[in-house]
Design a protein around this ligand. Structure first.
Ligand code: HEM
Length: 405
């Protein structure tokens, strides 16, 4: 066994056994952040902090929630909301956090797309990020089932119906997923298990992986300038250049992250106390009823764009389109064939591609919320869904012909 000196303090004791100072040293002297970035680079830490809020508030909710179709609705809407001290606060934090986390994820994703932060060397950052997106989507969907309101039940019904495989009629698959012919007790308990155990574990693992993938390529910068970050710091330390182009992550950049987080949490708690209703669907305040279909079934706002891609097509085509839309963003590093790491504004046709994609996803989101009865909106929905695929098909061609900067 290694020889252990008598430790002078707890930090030293822990360092001898766990090498805790190694991480500190890396963060302070080896993990560099370029100076040429803006507040959008704080979104990753804002996401991590929001996930922390979701975990803590979720643990408090879990103390009173009852995963049973006879008890779930009342345990949330009566026990937690009015009987348990500050139960309403934890529920509002959880609901607002779940909605905001998607807003920030989309900002973080489109920032990455705009600056080309998924390119050579950074592919794994992108892929692990997309893994997080899918895991968060599953986490949000399973969580939405738990209050066992009308929207929980009917959204659960519609989404699990997708697994009937269109005209393939994948026999028994939907029942296997539900554990019953319709969403019922087995359905609720398995989504409960996914929401409080399996998916949070997967998310924590993916966050560790995502952070790990940043270590070697480091984060990108506003101009996509490729240089050796460590060398730049060394040159500055040796007095060979007047100014370093990079700063250490801790405590220099971290303090900026904390500032942005502070501003974000002001908005967060403003919404928690004064506008929490935006994160809660009124239809879900009616208990689940398998005999009463709501007039209009739609998902939460963050799923609307992909829902709208499903809706305009016939059953089989819709299913295929929906499945592709879920995974196509994974392919971005491989479909973008241009060698340039640069902001979209400096990249030929890609500049138009970026804005067309962003606007298209926003239009799809708005259309997804509207009832499918209006012919004009249905046509806009169809055009936007087709445009989504046209843009993805065009991407390798327009990026291949891009001039090297
Ligand atoms: C809870 C989920 C997530 C957390 C906690 C997280 C955290 C972070 C952090 C801390 C950074 C470094 C600083 C920054 O650029 O903000 C980062 C960078 C990055 N993330 Fe995420 N992220 C998450 C989800 C995602 C998703 C969904 C994507 C997209 C698919 C993504 C793609 C990226 C990319 C491309 C970078 C590199 C940015 C650059 O090089 O400039 N992340 N992430």
């Amino acid at each position: 066994m290694a020889h252990f000196e008598k430790a002078k303090n707890l930090n030293e004791w822990l360092d001898q056994r766990l090498a805790v100072n190694t991480l500190k040293k890396v963060m302070q002297t080896e993990y560099w952040i370029p100076k040429d970035i803006n507040f959008l680079w704080a979104m990753g830490m804002v996401l991590a902090a929001t996930f922390g809020m979701l975990l803590v508030s979720g643990i408090f909710l879990l103390m009173y929630y009852k995963p049973d179709t006879n008890l779930a609705f009342d345990s949330v809407n009566y026990t937690i909301m009015s009987e348990v001290g500050y139960g309403w606060l934890w529920r509002h934090i959880h609901g607002v956090g779940a909605s905001l986390v998607f807003l920030i994820i989309y900002i973080h994703m489109f920032t990455g797309i705009y600056y080309g932060s998924y390119k050579k060397g950074r592919e794994l950052i992108w892929l692990s990020g997309m893994g997080l997106f899918v895991a968060f989507s599953a986490e949000a969907f399973s969580g939405y089932m738990l209050p066992w309101g009308q929207m929980s039940y009917w959204a659960g019904m519609v989404i699990t119906n997708l697994f009937s495989g269109g005209s393939l009629e994948a026999y028994g698959l939907v029942e296997w997923i539900r554990g019953d012919y319709v969403p019922a007790d087995a359905f609720l308990t398995r989504f409960f298990m996914l929401h409080v155990l399996l998916l949070p574990l997967a998310i924590i693992g993916l966050i560790v992986l995502h952070f790990g993938t940043l270590r070697i390529p480091h984060v990108n910068n506003q101009e996509g300038e490729e240089f050796d970050y460590a060398e730049s710091a060394e040159l500055y330390k040796a007095g060979k250049v007047k100014e370093s182009k990079v700063i250490p992550f801790s405590p220099v950049f971290l303090s900026k992250d904390v500032f942005v987080m502070g501003v974000y949490f002001l908005l967060f708690f403003y919404l928690v106390f004064y506008h929490f209703e935006f994160a809660m669907d009124p239809v879900n305040f009616d208990p689940a009823d398998g005999l009463k279909t709501p007039a209009h079934i739609y998902p939460e706002w963050y799923f609307l764009w992909s829902y709208e891609i499903l809706r305009p097509f016939s059953k089989d085509l819709g299913l295929i389109a929906f499945a592709i839309a879920q995974v196509i963003f994974f392919m971005l590093p491989f479909l973008d064939r241009s060698p340039n790491v640069a902001p979209a504004s400096r990249r030929g046709l890609f500049k138009y591609w970026f804005w067309a994609m962003l606007i298209d996803v926003i239009v799809l989101t708005f259309m997804g919320k509207l009832p499918p009865t209006d012919a004009l909106f249905a046509t806009i929905g169809l055009i936007s869904a087709v445009l989504f695929f046209v843009l993805w098909i065009a991407l390798p061609f327009i990026t291949k012909s891009e001039k090297k900067l």
